[in-house]
Design a protein around this ligand. Structure first.
Ligand SMILES: Nc1nc2c(c(=O)[nH]1)N[C@H]1C(S)=C(S)[C@@H](COP(=O)(O)OP(=O)(O)OC[C@H]3O[C@@H](n4cnc5c(=O)[nH]c(N)nc54)[C@H](O)[C@@H]3O)O[C@H]1N2
Ligand SMILES: Nc1nc2c(c(=O)[nH]1)N[C@H]1C(S)=C(S)[C@@H](COP(=O)(O)OP(=O)(O)OC[C@H]3O[C@@H](n4cnc5c(=O)[nH]c(N)nc54)[C@H](O)[C@@H]3O)O[C@H]1N2
Ligand SMILES: [Mo]
Length: 747
């Protein structure tokens, strides 16, 4: 049996020449001329917003090449010359597609015509657009509003998101789960309670004046590479950077700017001044330790605390009472090292705390993020230049979608304005979030599952149970650009509706349209697709929603779709902070107001207009003697469930993603040898034949890639309050394999 896995020593720095070479390898997929032209338009004022992550572009000066190695991959993936239409679906039955890898499915090319799977059919067949809308309308008519679910992934534009939530609510439901439920929902829940706004409070130029930046549970070298430019500039002027991560991610340690000639040659810039190799799930303990030192040393901003916060006394008492031994055991970090980090915090006048999935996807994620917020409040690190809270968002417009009303529990004020503007009574009962939607599907309640982008099956926890849920639906509809596993595991009937991507020209009656997006720092700007569409059959997302509204509800939104300025005029009426929306986005964009950034904490419920300190117990993670705590992570060559290659250059992996990173001590303890294939078993399921990779990771912790490891994440295991699946802390057992070392289905 062949084994393609090759393991190298991970590099000591990120980007540099290897990134320039690696991104060049993805350009031919677009055709060289089209590819180069496409990249020149990426993140430019009259170009399109990168469909990758939500890190902002510099507002002042646009670097001619304002993109990163991974932006090139995401763009190339959408702008590919390969297309799949009826011939492809004639050749490949659903059974055949089910056997293919995620990488293979995505690599087949762009979806170019609507396809329908009849009940019991072995294949998808072509269907006319109008027929497809009539079919959905019929199913919606047979269903009660609560029996339909409308999922959104975070690439959807503000205009499409606004129309989509309006459609769902006019149909009568708040069942609007989104990828954010699995992503930064914990940040939203935590910050809303602590500072009154569920979004980050910093702008990009705060990075120019921060004295210290804590980067917690985040791998910017792979997932937000342009953030490294900001971190590098900060490091060069002496800003202290503390990286908190179970893995020594190369981008956090050292970075060479791939677009600057001199850094292609020499050694890059040292990024992290201090690296704390925290245990998986150990961040709450660590931040309690940091706070304990600030309190002991009286290095706190009393004036700020008195004037702007509540709950300090109880918090300080609880922190003082937390023992060092609990802090050291919980975090896996010694008191001395925590002291090092605290010293950096105490010397810094202005500190930024950044975080991503390493904090949000745990049972105690909301509490942990509140520990970070409390640590920041102690020194008044919010609402002044160079200081603030910075949850770094994932999908390029996930934050905008939420602003536009994609949420199963939008506040009443929003629903009031929506109802008043459109003359209807929006439903008030909260809808299903992602976990709720899966449970409802499994209970047979959901008849219609409609997905505006994404890959619900593979992104969700507990893949096998989600599949059972989807298969119980009468109709599943996927509005998509590329083929993925959610097209293969379907309801009794299924539709694929192919749509335009971010890079493509969107021609409507009123001319070529632009859309708007909001980045991780609340900046709203326009994005203009310029490439010729992959096929003349594609529709834009707003056009698809308008056709659906006509077919299902008899609403005529054709004027809105003819000119998206008209959609934006309506957004202005409904969405808070969007006054003069058209004028401001056409003039280059604007920052949405963030009250907490101005030290206005009136959004804190029951907090009397003050930011809140919270008292949380130390999280207890219970593991049996032979269990390890699994965290699921992204490689350098994927975008969420879209797998570009089997490699992960920054972790030294080539040719096979089915690996489990393990501490050498644990490898010995379990009597394993490097590269041995093992099965990983959790209470939810088993994944087979993962190769054991000795790695620098704390004892008792292991890491494996998302989405391959998703069958292990139990459906019933999610964060308190935010209900975000605990993808970063799954108790697993390692089981030795008998028989073949690799599963047969791996092709
Ligand atoms: N190229 C690329 N870019 C992307 C994406 C992509 O898939 N590919 N996805 C986009 C999306 S939707 C998102 S949400 C972001 C995700 O961006 P990240 O949050 O950076 O992504 P992850 O790989 O999930 O890993 C998070 C980091 O947390 C660390 N970690 C794991 N467990 C813990 C823990 O318990 N504590 C701490 N402190 N750290 C921990 C991991 O080692 C890893 O470095 O990236 C966005 N950008
Ligand atoms: N175990 C584990 N699970 C996780 C995570 C984890 O860290 N670990 N991370 C979670 C996170 S942070 C997130 S955000 C979710 C991601 O969940 P999703 O957002 O649902 O998944 P994606 O993989 O981003 O979706 C990819 C698909 O989107 C479609 N697509 C791409 N561009 C467009 C477009 O412009 N329009 C439309 N309509 N479709 C488009 C393509 O068909 C592509 O196959 O996964 C979550 N799941
Ligand atoms: Mo995400």
């Amino acid at each position: 049996m062949s084994d393609d896995l090759r393991v190298k020593k991970p590099p000591e720095e990120a980007a540099g020449l290897s990134a320039a070479i690696s991104s060049a390898e993805f350009v031919p997929a677009m055709g060289v001329v089209r590819g180069t032209r496409t990249l020149l338009r990426l993140n430019q004022k009259d170009g399109f917003d990168c469909p990758g992550c939500a890190w902002p572009e510099p507002e002042r000066e646009h670097n001619l090449f304002e993109f990163c190695e991974n932006g090139v991959k995401h763009v190339a993936d959408e702008a590919t010359k390969l297309h799949i239409g009826r011939r492809f679906f004639e050749e490949h039955s659903l059974e055949d597609l089910a056997e293919r890898s995620d990488e293979w499915l995505n690599a087949q090319g762009r979806l170019i015509e609507p396809m329908f799977r009849e009940e019991g059919a072995t294949h998808y067949e072509p269907i006319e657009w109008d027929e497809a809308f009539a079919l959905i309308a019929r199913q919606l008519e047979f269903s009660k509003p609560n029996e339909a679910v409308f999922y959104t992934s975070g690439r959807t534009s503000n205009e499409a998101a606004f129309l989509y939530q309006l459609f769902a609510r006019r149909y009568g439901t708040n069942n609007l789960p989104d990828c954010s439920n699995m992503c930064h929902e914990s940040s939203g829940s935590a910050l809303k309670e602590a500072v009154g706004v569920g979004k980050g409070t910093v702008h990009l130029d705060d990075f120019d004046v921060a004295d210290a930046i804590f980067v917690v549970g985040q791998n910017p070298g792979s997932n937000h590479p342009r953030m490294l430019t900001a971190l590098e500039a900060a490091a060069r002027r002496g800003c202290q950077i503390v990286a908190i991560n179970p893995l020594p991610e190369p981008g956090l340690i050292r970075f060479s700017h791939p677009q600057r000639y001199e850094s292609l040659l020499g050694r890059g810039t040292q990024i992290a001044t201090l690296f704390l190799q925290v245990r998986v799930g150990g961040d709450a303990a660590l931040f309690k330790g940091l706070a304990k030192i600030l309190l002991e040393e009286d290095a706190i901003d009393k004036e700020f605390i008195d004037r702007y916060t509540s709950g300090f006394e109880a918090y300080a008492t609880a922190i003082r009472a937390t023992s060092w031994s609990d802090i050291e055991t919980g975090s896996g970090i010694s008191r001395d090292q925590i002291h090092e980090a605290a010293k950096i915090a105490m010397r810094s006048k202005n500190t930024i705390a950044c975080w991503a999935m390493g904090l949000t996807q745990h049972k105690h994620a909301v509490a942990t993020i509140q520990e970070v917020a409390s640590f920041m409040l102690l020194r008044g690190n919010i609402g002044r230049p160079g200081a603030g809270l910075c949850p770094v968002r994932g999908h390029s417009n996930v934050q905008g979608d939420r602003t536009m009303g994609i949420w199963e529990r939008m506040p009443d004020a929003f629903l009031d304005r929506l109802g008043a503007t459109f003359g209807f009574e929006p439903p008030r009962e909260h809808g299903y979030d992602t976990i709720g939607a899966i449970e409802a599907m499994r209970a047979g309640i959901v008849r219609v599952f409609f997905a505006m982008g994404g890959n619900f099956l593979s992104a969700s926890p507990d893949t096998a149970r989600v599949a059972e849920g989807l298969e119980k639906c009468a109709l599943t509809v996927q509005v998509s650009t590329k083929l993925n596993r959610s097209h293969v595991v379907t309801g009794r009937t299924a539709l694929i509706l192919p749509c335009l991507g971010r890079t493509e020209r969107d021609a409507q009656k009123g001319g070529d349209q632009s859309v708007t997006v909001e980045n991780s720092m609340g900046f709203v700007s326009a994005s203009h697709g310029r490439n010729a569409p992959a096929s003349a059959h594609l529709m834009s997302e707003p056009a698809i929603i308008a056709k659906l509204a006509k077919a299902a509800l008899g609403l005529d939104w054709s004027d809105l779709v003819a000119d998206y300025d008209r959609v934006r005029d309506l957004i202005e009426k409904v969405v808070d902070g969007c006054d003069d929306y058209n004028a401001r986005v056409h003039a280059g964009g604007f920052h949405l107001r963030n009250a907490a950034r101005e030290r206005d904490f009136s959004g804190v419920t029951g907090g009397g207009g003050r930011a809140r300190f919270f008292v949380h117990p130390l999280p207890q993670i219970e593991l049996a003697e032979d269990e390890l705590l699994l965290t699921t992570i992204r490689s350098h060559d994927q975008f969420n469930t879209t797998v570009y290659t089997q490699n992960d250059r920054y972790r030294g992996i080539e040719g096979d993603r089915r690996v489990v990173f393990m501490n050498e001590h644990d490898i010995g303890k379990h009597a394993l040898v490097p590269k041995e294939r093992v099965d990983l078993v959790s209470s939810a399921g088993t994944v087979e034949a993962f190769a054991v990779i000795p790695f620098s990771i704390p004892q008792g912790c292991v890491a494996a890639y998302f989405p391959e490891a998703n069958p292990l994440v139990p459906l019933g295991s999610y964060a308190d309050k935010s209900r975000t699946p605990t993808s970063k802390s799954v108790p697993v057992r390692v089981r030795k394999r008998e028989g073949p070392s690799r599963p047969q289905s791996d092709r």
